[in-house]
Structures are given as structure tokens and as C-alpha cells.
Design a protein around this ligand. Structure first.
Ligand code: PGA
Length: 256
């Protein structure tokens, strides 16, 4: 049984003070919903405050990205050793970093390895553009992203990795994939992982869906067998909506 994982990707939203106020407001309600793993990924500058506010809870903190080097002349970047003690998870390969910061498949692989080597857990994000989707090439494209992201990562690290499938055309657009479409692609990702690592490892891996997830469509996604949670942007910024997403995941997976 894979424990579902709901992660809020706050992107470039909330000041440090707002971030702390937000987690203080939801941590009571989330404490009772421990059947799924709950993660918040605030901007870097809010991580110390949020980590402290969540210190005695089982709500995890994640970063939104990490550099692959440990230190050096990389103005503006944050390395894995800097995140140790602050976060459990780190998102790598989010499509916005691929699109606006030129992050390539090879960099995603290096970022994931850097996170793993410092005891952090990467959430590896993959997903296709509208053009690729409409050309019917989603499965092949996502398979290539997965193979590149996992290159050289040994099987014993897999239990510390989460995959997020996020079709780019569904991110922040209000236009989500259907539960069935997402389940089919995620099933394909699992098949690729099975080719790389064997069926048992692939079956144990958690794979999230992301892209315009909100309370109104949460059950549609979470009732799919291959979907083990959600990476949520917009809806994770609202206290009620985020708590409701976690509640709906528990309900849809029959964990209540
Ligand atoms: P969205 O973002 O939920 O606002 O579509 C998802 C993401 O980019 O992780």
C-alpha cells in the first residue's frame, strides 16, 4: 500500500510572515489527517520560519528547487546542504524551472542526485506541453524525461523519490487532464520504472498528478489506481482548500 502524498507548491507566493501564519492556521486541522503525507513547499526565504512552525508536527516541508553543486559561483542558487535540517522534500524539474530557467533533463538528474546524496527526498516533476499532447506523443515524451531523470540512480534510493506527472497545459490554467487520462500516463510512467528497476520497485513508487487540482476534481484523480497524491499550486494557497484536498484524498483512497 502506497501512502498518498499531497504537496502544496506555493511557487512565488507568500512572504515569510504570511507563510508562517498560513501553516499555523492549518496545522491543527492537518494533524488529524495523518493517513496521507502532507507537504508544504514555500519559497526559500520562508523555509526557516515554516520549518520552525511545523517542528513538532508530522507535516513535512519541501523546497521548490535545488542546485546540483554543493557550493560555488552560482549566484542566486541554493544547494542541498543548505536545505538540510529545513526540508524533507525538494521539487526538481518543475516545468516552470524547465521553461523559465532553462533546466534540462540532465540538470534534473543532477539535482535529484544532489538531493539524495544529502538525505533529501526529490519530487521529480515531468510533463508534456500542449503541442506534444495534441500530437499524441505524451507517453513517449514523459518516458524520455523519466529515463533521463533516473539515470544512474540506484534502486535502493527509489523509496525516497516521488514522481509528479504535471501536464504543462493543465498547470494554472484551470484545464486539468481527466482522471482517466492522467491515470493512463501515470500507469505508463510506472511501466517505464518497472523496465528500469523491476515491477516490485515500480509498484512501490508514489506518483502524483498535478495541474489545476482543486477540491472539485480531487476525488476524480484520487480514485484512480495509479495516482498516489497531488502536487498542487493555486489551491494549496488557500487554507480551506488545502485541508479539504487532504480530506478528500483520504476519503477517495478509503483511508478514513
Ligand atoms: P496548479 O499548479 O495547481 O496551480 O495548476 C500545479 C503545479 O505547478 O505544481
Amino acid at each position: 500500500m502506497r501512502t498518498p502524498i499531497i504537496a502544496g507548491n506555493w511557487k512565488m507566493h507568500k512572504t515569510p510572515a504570511e507563510a508562517v501564519a498560513f501553516v499555523n492556521a492549518i496545522k491543527g486541522a492537518l494533524a488529524e489527517l495523518s493517513a496521507v503525507e502532507r507537504v508544504v513547499c514555500p519559497p526559500y526565504v520562508a523555509l526557516p520560519g515554516v520549518a520552525e512552525a511545523l517542528h513538532n508536527t508530522d507535516i513535512a516541508v519541501g523546497a521548490q528547487d535545488v542546485h546540483w553543486e554543493e557550493s560555488g559561483a552560482f549566484t542566486s542558487q541554493i544547494s542541498a546542504p543548505m536545505l538540510v535540517g529545513l526540508v524533507k522534500y525538494v521539487i526538481v524539474g518543475h516545468s516552470e524551472t524547465r521553461q523559465y530557467q532553462g533546466v534540462t533533463d540532465e540538470m534534473v538528474n543532477r539535482k535529484a542526485k544532489a538531493a539524495l546524496s544529502h538525505g533529501l527526498r526529490p519530487i521529480i516533476a515531468v510533463g508534456e506541453s500542449l503541442e506534444i499532447n495534441e500530437a499524441g506523443e505524451t507517453q513517449a515524451f514523459v518516458e524520455r524525461q523519466i529515463r533521463a531523470a533516473f539515470a544512474g540512480i540506484p534502486a535502493e534510493d527509489l523509496s525516497r523519490i516521488v514522481v509528479a506527472y504535471e501536464p504543462i497545459w493543465a498547470i494554472g490554467t484551470g484545464r486539468s487532464a481527466s482522471g482517466e487520462q492522467a491515470n493512463a500516463i501515470i500507469g505508463g510512467i510506472r511501466a517505464t520504472l518497472a523496465e528500469l528497476y523491476g515491477a516490485a520497485h515500480a509498484e512501490a513508487m508514489r506518483i502524483q498528478y498535478g495541474g489545476s487540482v482543486k477540491p472539485a476534481n480531487m476525488v476524480e484523480f484520487m480514485s484512480q489506481p495509479h495516482i498516489d497524491g497531488a502536487l498542487v499550486g493555486g489551491a494549496s494557497l488557500k487554507e480551506d482548500a488545502f485541508v479539504e484536498l487532504v480530506r478528500l484524498a483520504i476519503q477517495a483512497k478509503g483511508l478514513a
